[in-house]
Design a protein around this ligand. Structure first.
Ligand SMILES: N[C@@H](CCC(=O)N[C@@H](CS)C(=O)NCC(=O)O)C(=O)O
Length: 202
């Protein structure tokens, strides 16, 4: 059996939920971290010419959320009925909505846009998320069960903890989200992964 390979850049962003799912599972994989801009060989190989891209002996996949779904489904973390599955998916698609404006501003070093992101765009989302988590009981986002949604939203909160520019300040008015970030981050396999994770710029 060949080892699965996850191709991404040397950063967290759209690759990190898949890495966290591998860490949670304990399954072996090759964490292929590639330079930017993408080399022709990888543009050719990947489904749509972008990363992340995933390969194992059964499937070749693009799109971060599709790769996450594939990994999470093998772990039983994608819900047990249609409603749960759809609710989990709504959370796992949310980080991308914040990555788009964040990276547009971050990569352009656009200070005013970064300020708007930190003072308006992201707090609006976290206010909603905090209320949803409280309504769900404060521990897990969907039906009181640990799922892919929790790994994905944990990673979004963690992204805010890691990014420069004191982005973590955005989370301070949301104590339930902060406690949730701590709790999911202390799941033993996840805590072990985070302890050994190298620092990257995104
Ligand atoms: N919707 C896609 C977005 C893929 C994407 O835009 N990837 C970026 C990095 S996050 C990329 O490969 N950029 C390199 C390029 O466009 O050459 C996903 O979620 O995987």
């Amino acid at each position: 059996m060949s080892t699965p390979t996850l191709f991404y850049f040397d950063g967290r962003a759209r690759g990190e939920v898949s890495r966290l799912l591998f860490a949670y599972s304990g399954n072996k994989y090759t964490d292929s971290r590639n330079p930017f801009p993408l080399q022709d060989e990888l543009i050719e190989k990947s489904t749509f010419g972008k990363l992340p891209y995933y390969e194992d002996e059964n499937v070749h996949l693009a799109q971060s959320v599709a790769i996450e779904f594939y990994l999470a489904d093998h772990l039983g973390l994608t819900g047990s009925n249609t409603i749960e599955k759809a609710q989990i998916l709504q959370y796992t698609l949310l980080p991308g909505d914040l990555y788009v404006p964040y990276f547009a501003a971050f990569l352009a070093n656009d200070e005013p846009a970064l300020k708007t992101f930190a003072s308006e765009t992201s707090p609006k989302v976290f206010k909603k998320l905090e209320a949803l988590l409280i309504k769900a009981g404060g521990s897990y986002l969907v039906n009181n069960k640990f799922s892919w949604a929790d790994i994905s939203i944990f990673n979004l909160l963690d992204f805010f903890h890691q990014q420069p520019g004191n982005l973590v300040e955005v989370l301070q008015p949301f104590p339930t989200l902060l406690a949730y970030h701590k709790k999911i981050g202390s799941i033993p396999q996840i805590a072990e992964y985070l302890k050994n994770r190298a620092t990257t710029v995104f």
